[in-house]
Design a protein around this ligand. Structure first.
Ligand code: CO
Ligand code: ZN
Length: 333
């Protein structure tokens, strides 16, 4: 829980993953043989085979470090900051929320109140108030191009957890825990903590190009169909790890899907099958780099994705770690 809290509360919008990367680097260094940071900022952790086998392959596990954010585009005369989204920021989830810059400056999101303001308001009807009295004061605190992220504490809700950036720090957590548990892998394993997923899986692309994996598994959050009047979706919180079958940019290789189900059954890991009709993950890119990789995704069901209060179930997290560790240990041959 302490590590999840740290991961979620650390600042790391797309392209500004340094702090998250440092935290992960520090946590995993004793569990892998080689650590590398590439030009995009991916953290690539390699674990050599720990037992002899006829066939060894390269397997890439991937979770993204970045979270959605806001970038300052303009500073107004009275010191209010205008902003644009970094990744998929929903305007209705921004209203009256707190944000924080890397420097520690905190702000609150306000909205124009003229009658013509569309309902719900768009992001360009909003501004960040950092308490500055005028442009000069604001410019001393924040520069054009500075990024902010949502700012919220992590809280436990029964066996569940609410936090900003569970997308995808909870995936990073699963990778870290799986890496710790893997003892006798026969394959060459690469645990990749990727950069810039929220702006189009950019880190996953260079990571996969360098590693040239035969198999790949991404770990990310997915939506659910279990809240009042939610979209129809057969995924619910607390029903186990979700083995993805399809999302808007990705179809899981049937061999990988079947193997994951087989591992889950054998080890009594609770799972559900996921078809996501909107959104995608790093796997959509990893799958088609170079000559391609047989790819799949383990998803952690999550409510209110891309808000200051994403919610997931710690039981689902544990099931995800178990299936991930089992896959890493035994591979996909
Ligand atoms: Co996301
Ligand atoms: Zn994500």
């Amino acid at each position: 829980m302490e590590l999840i809290k740290k991961l979620c509360e650390t600042f790391g919008p797309s392209g500004r993953e340094e702090s998250v990367r440092k935290l992960i680097q520090h946590t995993v260094k004793t569990y892998c043989d080689e650590l590398k940071v590439d030009a995009l900022g991916n953290l690539i952790c390699r674990k050599k085979p720990r037992r002899k086998a006829k066939n060894t392959s390269r397997i890439m596990f991937c979770a993204h470090m970045d979270e959605i954010g806001l970038i300052i585009t303009h500073i107004e005369k009275r010191g209010f900051l205008r902003f644009a989204p970094v990744g998929g920021v929903y305007s209705e989830r921004c209203l009256a929320q707190r944000v924080k810059f890397e420097s520690g400056i905190v702000g609150i999101i306000g909205v124009e109140t003229k009658p013509e303001t569309p309902k719900p308001p768009r992001l360009d009807n909003m501004f960040i108030d950092i308490g500055a009295r005028n442009r000069k004061e604001a410019e001393r605190l924040v520069k054009i191009g500075d990024m902010a992220t949502f700012y919220q504490r992590v809280e436990k809700l029964q066996g569940r957890i609410v936090a900003k950036a569970l997308d995808d720090r909870i995936g990073c957590y699963c990778l870290i825990e799986a890496l710790k548990r893997v003892k006798k892998n026969k394959d060459e394993l690469y645990f990749v903590f990727s950069a810039q997923e929220e702006v189009g899986a950019r880190g996953a692309r260079t990571g996969a190009y360098a590693i040239e994996p035969e198999y790949a598994l991404a770990v990310d959050v997915t939506g659910t169909g279990d809240t009042p009047q939610s979209p129809r979706m057969a995924v619910a919180l607390g029903e186990g790890t979700a083995i993805k079958v399809k999302d808007s940019n990705f179809i899981t290789h049937p061999f990988i899907k079947d193997r994951l189900i087989q591992y889950a059954r054998k080890n009594k890991i609770i799972y559900q099958l996921e078809v996501l009709e909107y959104g995608t993950t790093d796997a959509s890119v990893i799958q088609i780099v170079r000559e391609g990789a047989l790819s799949g995704v383990l998803s952690i069901p999550s409510r209110y994705i891309h808000s200051t209060g994403e919610v997931c179930d710690l039981g689902d997290v544990e099931q995800t770690i178990r299936l991930l560790a089992c896959s890493a240990e035994n591979g996909f041959e």
